[in-house]
Design a protein around this ligand. Structure first.
Ligand SMILES: [Zn+2]
Length: 337
């Protein structure tokens, strides 16, 4: 199997937000090219890796876009204003280092002395980006409106096989999907591994890819929340934990997974001895819903990697869960559908 941590590190160094996925797509292409028969980028930017088979079409998307920021202008003192790209947790943003697509580093700061207790209701308009500039002209010479930024930082190994990184959602799934591709020996299915764009702004890439590919079955790979930390407000409702294996989704707020796909994934996990847990996510959605609702309908399911602190700069996953997800995807891909 490919080296999960090495790929995750390369992807984090390249990643840009939704709509600007070409840099991470290049990294993926390098690893994916030897593992498939055909590789192409569609008009919207999805990277499609096909491994031909004479059987039915199975589409396996993992979105490669990440959430981030877009500069909207600068004030007279040289501080940048910005708009979010994708769904942020506002309380996680103040006092966070970021880096613009042109390499300019910055720091998200906050107007005045905002008490911690009110951070959860903080309007993003109270935040600004400090790049060290001292005038509007200087700021705009470095960062023009429309330029995008991401959380700074790189994957770090933490306690007991865990990894902390910005953008485990969803670069960990991209790395796991490449690992899965490297495990596939033979399949009758016509396999389409799709590294999709613009999931964080409404599953746009997977929708167009599913419309073009017309798969019979779709299995998305994405992160999910856990209920095992004091920070997760859904802990009472979320039975998923870090370190207990890949999560097989039953339902989220955008998708009721088709039972035949859930059963396929469970039987693959059980016969190959892959650790898994059942996932019922109270909120949120994935590329699975975009596939299910594409013309004619697609039998759809999702394999998830559990993650803490999702959509913050300190997402934490367990490497063994990601590898279980990779093995489960590989097993499902090799089972005739
Ligand atoms: Zn995601």
């Amino acid at each position: 199997m490919l080296d999960f941590f090495e790929i995750l590190t390369a992807l984090k160094a390249a990643a840009l937000p939704s709509g600007l996925e070409a840099r991470q797509a290049e990294v993926i292409k390098k690893y994916a090219s030897p593992l498939c028969d055909e590789i192409y980028t569609d008009r919207i930017g999805n990277l499609v890796c096909r491994k031909r088979g004479e059987g039915k079409k199975l589409m396996i998307p993992a979105h490669m876009d990440v959430i981030g920021f877009m500069a909207t202008g600068a004030d007279e003192r040289g501080f940048l204003r910005f708009a979010p790209v994708g769904g942020h947790r506002p309380y996680a943003l103040p006092y966070t280092p970021i880096i613009f697509e042109n390499g300019v580093p910055g720091y998200i700061a906050c107007d005045g002395e905002t008490p911690l207790s009110s951070l959860s209701d903080l309007p993003e308009t109270d935040l600004y980006i400090d790049i060290g500039a001292k005038s509007r002209e200087e700021a705009l010479s470095l960062v023009q409106p429309g330029l995008c930024a991401v959380f700074a930082g790189a994957p770090e190994r933490c306690a007991d096989g865990t990894i902390m990184t910005p953008y485990a959602d969803n670069l960990a799934s991209c790395a796991a999907l490449l690992c899965a591709m490297s495990e596939i020996r033979f399949s009758k299915n016509d396999l389409y591994f799709v590294f999709s764009v613009q999931e964080e702004v409404g599953c746009r890439g997977a929708k167009t890819a599913a419309n073009a590919i017309r798969p019979d079955v779709g299995i998305a790979l994405d992160l999910t929340l856990t209920g095992d930390s004091p920070a997760e407000k859904d802990k009472a409702r979320m039975a998923v934990s870090l370190g207990r294996g890949a999560a097989i989704k039953i339902r989220d707020s955008s998708l009721i997974c088709d039972r035949p796909v859930v059963e396929l994934l469970r039987s693959c996990a059980e016969s190959a001895g892959i650790a898994y847990q059942n996932e019922v996510l109270p909120a949120g959605g994935t590329d699975g819903s975009a596939m299910q609702r594409s013309p004619g309908g697609v039998l759809s399911g999702v394999v998830s990697i559990p993650g803490r602190n999702i959509h913050t700069p300190g997402e934490i996953i367990c490497e063994s869960d990601a590898l279980s997800a990779a093995r489960l995807i590989a097993a499902a891909a090799q089972t005739e559908i």
